[in-house]
Design a protein around this ligand. Structure first.
Ligand SMILES: Cc1cn([C@H]2C[C@H](O)[C@@H](COP(=O)(O)OP(=O)(O)O[C@H]3O[C@H](C)C(=O)[C@H](O)[C@H]3O)O2)c(=O)[nH]c1=O
Length: 185
């Protein structure tokens, strides 16, 4: 049975599909639309992404795409482990600016479902981390936005003090300087 747990911001959901172990290893249905639909998680994913981060302490994000190119994401790890984070950036939300996170591991097969209206980032905890994630909207570079990973107002408790980030991510704005394109409803 797939384990489905809503986090403290309940729109963000931790999903752990079962693994069927035998003497060869294991088998797992890593994505099953019917299982998510049965839990009221109605998403139609249109693109699969993969990233490799070689150095522990790499942080990718905090990123989002603005509507009409907003992306929900279903994130999992196939090698290593990450601390995965979602920040609520829906104007008017009771949890605006708040974050939730979960540790996702290749060993455990945990997945995080992040809906529209959230900025997403992860920090790698091991070398050579491969992250796979489904998105329900195609890539739109022109629609990309973000928040700096160590925004003191968001105050994410990252497992690292110094991070490896891209040049693009190093100059992302603070939440207080962002006019979020998302509205809570
Ligand atoms: C996201 C994306 C990127 N690209 C190209 C654009 C660049 O030439 C190259 C690296 O892109 P970027 O530096 O934005 O990759 P990440 O820093 O891993 O960005 C991702 O990191 C955080 C965790 C996210 O949640 C988003 O999915 C995404 O923003 O891949 C594509 O061709 N298609 C895509 O969907």
């Amino acid at each position: 049975m797939t384990s489905i747990t809503r986090l403290d911001i309940p729109e963000v959901v931790l999903i752990t599909p079962p693994r069927f172990q035998d003497s060869r290893g294991y088998f797992s249905e890593t994505y099953k639309k019917a299982a998510l639909d049965a839990a009221g998680l109605d998403f139609t994913f249109v693109q699969d992404n993969e990233s490799l981060s070689t150095t522990p302490g790499t942080i990718r994000g905090l990123h989002y795409q603005a509507p009409p190119f907003a992306q929900a994401k279903l994130v999992r790890v196939v090698s290593g482990s990450i601390f995965d984070v979602a920040v609520d950036i829906r104007k008017g939300s009771p949890t605006y600016g708040k974050w939730v996170g979960a540790t996702l591991t290749a060993e455990g097969g945990e997945q995080l479902l992040i809906p529209h209206g959230f900025a997403h980032a992860f920090c790698t905890l091991t070398p050579d981390v491969r992250v796979l994630y489904k998105v329900d909207g195609a890539y739109s570079k022109a629609s990309e936005g973000g928040i700096i990973w160590d925004d003191p107002d968001v105050a994410i408790t990252w497992p690292v003090k110094e991070a490896v980030v891209s040049e693009k991510d190093a100059i992302l704005p603070r939440l207080k300087d962002l006019d979020s394109p998302f509205v809570y409803s």
